[in-house]
Design a protein around this ligand. Sequence first.
Ligand code: UDP
Length: 331
Amino acid sequence: MGKEILVAGGAGYVGSHTVMELIRAGHTPIVVDNLSTGHKKSVLDAIFYKCDLGDVAGLKKIFSRHNIDAVIHFGANCYVGESVVNPHKYFKNNVGNTLGLLEAMLDSDIKKIILSSTAATYGNPLKNPIDENHPQAPCNPYGLSKLFMEQIIDTYEKAYGIKHIYLRYFNAAGADPETRIGEDHYPETHIIPLLLQIALGIKKQFTIFGTDYDTNDGTCIRDYIHVMDLANAHVKAMNYLNEVKHSDVFNLGSSVGYSVKEIIERVEKITGKKIPTETSERREGDPSVLISSSDKVKKILGWQSQYSLDEIIESAWKWHKKYPKGFEDGK
Ligand code: UDP
């Protein structure tokens, strides 16, 4: 039996695109997802198990059926705003369930993990662009939960020899260029899919969270990265871990920042629709500017983003037009 890769949370947005990319690169992903936010329909051509990452007995059974070589871990809730009002959910699902996954890995003697981490672990940056050595001081429970996940896995390296790569993403967006899968969250809170839903007439108005930030136009600046670029980085990271066999951490972004107002303008241009907006207070937990330094990942993994912001929005727009109701499974 060839070696397989367990993809935890592989029915989610970044996970499902990575599964596609793993298959294209000749790997055999085995998807495990509890479908709490993921979509079964987004898993194309991979073996799928519905299982919670906290269900250690269930995971052990899956590990015993396969020849798993490494784990890629995407399983997490990812809404900054929700994490502020419901931190328990974030610590229970993101941190607690990671312990379940690690326990099953230890039991099956699996010693490699690629973790989906986030720029939110840096908190309010002291400088931009942010490199991997920037201090980690999350300003919301989502970022804190991801930092805990990293720190837990750090200790498992010392104690049990589990090697890791942490991939700290900036703002994931866009869809499969062949329009098979895309971004479908419920409720949707991310800027690009929200704007596209407004362009489609599904939602009425976009609320700009804060116009008094210390930026050119007063709105937050983010670094948007195509989901296919992220997917490709996971394959590269896994190959790297197999080769060099030592742990590392990489930021994944485009190193270019766009303000909320600039994103709205681009969406209006690409869709040809006017986006009605209103402004409100800042959203709690939002840093003003987050831009990635790509120097390290470029140098070591030979990775850099390939897709422009327009290509991100265009691919997402195509998917949203084709599937205005998303995967239509009510989530
Ligand atoms: N944003 C906004 N209105 C919305 C959703 C998002 O103004 O309804 C802003 C948000 O404040 C942030 C940027 O858009 O500056 C990206 O937010 P998103 O939720 O897409 O990603 P995050 O940065 O939280 O991961």
